[in-house]
Design a protein around this ligand. Structure first.
Ligand code: SAH
Length: 208
């Protein structure tokens, strides 16, 4: 049953402009149901954001795929993610990059995600319980940074921790909505391009 739904989801993503075969294959390989509470598992392959507890959500598969595609990942890349949440986006990234460093400000979610990575034997994700807007200075510079909680601006720490030529993808608050923005660091300046409207939980400071 889940398999039929999974194939349908992959086709839907392809029709929505996710053309990178490696990304579609990563989504096919990662069991999204593992990252979802039991009572929502039958919806694991619906193209929907779903609750994961602690008032947070696992992102919609299209948004995961779209943001991943905008990152233009290469297998040698070192990636930072702000907002581990369920861990699903990190797991998708782990199939496409060398190493993923992921930060979550809610301890319970960080621990749960780490346990799922262990269960799935994913060994190239490193988790941290902290305020992700401060980045991860012991691991700089990053080739790519993805922020998966809506913010009004990219923190100065994050801007300084991306390598020259690197890409940051984040939902950004803009008037009454949120849009995905892709930034590229060129000559030490972040140049931006605007993409789809999205709906993310807010990016909050501090830990809980
Ligand atoms: N990438 C996640 C999306 C989860 S929702 C997934 O695939 O499931 C966004 C997550 O970002 C939430 O868990 C929220 O607690 C976390 N978050 C919000 N602000 C943060 C911050 N400043 N630092 C770290 N995590 C943050």
């Amino acid at each position: 049953m889940l398999d039929v739904k999974k194939i349908r989801l992959i086709l839907e993503l392809r029709e929505s402009g996710i053309t990178d075969a490696k990304i579609l294959s990563a989504i096919e390989k990662i069991p999204r149901e593992k990252f979802i509470p039991e009572n929502f598992r039958n919806q694991a392959y619906d193209n929907l954001a779903l609750p994961i507890g602690d008032n947070q959500t696992i992102s919609q598969p299209f948004v995961v795929a779209k943001m991943t595609q905008l990152l233009e990942l290469e297998s040698k890349h070192k990636v930072l993610e702000v907002g581990t949440g369920s861990g699903y986006q990190s797991a998708v990234l782990s199939k496409l990059a060398r190493r993923v460093y992921t930060i979550e400000r809610i301890k319970n979610l960080s621990i749960k995600a780490e346990n799922i990575f262990k269960e799935l034997k994913i060994s190239n994700i490193v988790t941290k319980y902290a305020d992700g807007n401060l980045g991860w200075k012991e691991q700089i510079p990053f080739d790519r940074i993805i922020i998966t909680a809506a913010t009004s601006n990219i923190s100065k720490e994050i801007s300084s921790q991306i390598d020259e030529g690197g890409i940051i993808v984040s939902p950004i608050n803009s008037k009454n909505k949120q849009i995905i923005i892709k930034y590229k660091k060129i000559n030490n300046v972040l140049e931006s391009e605007t993409y789809d409207d999205v709906l993310f939980v807010p990016n909050l400071s501090g830990t809980q």
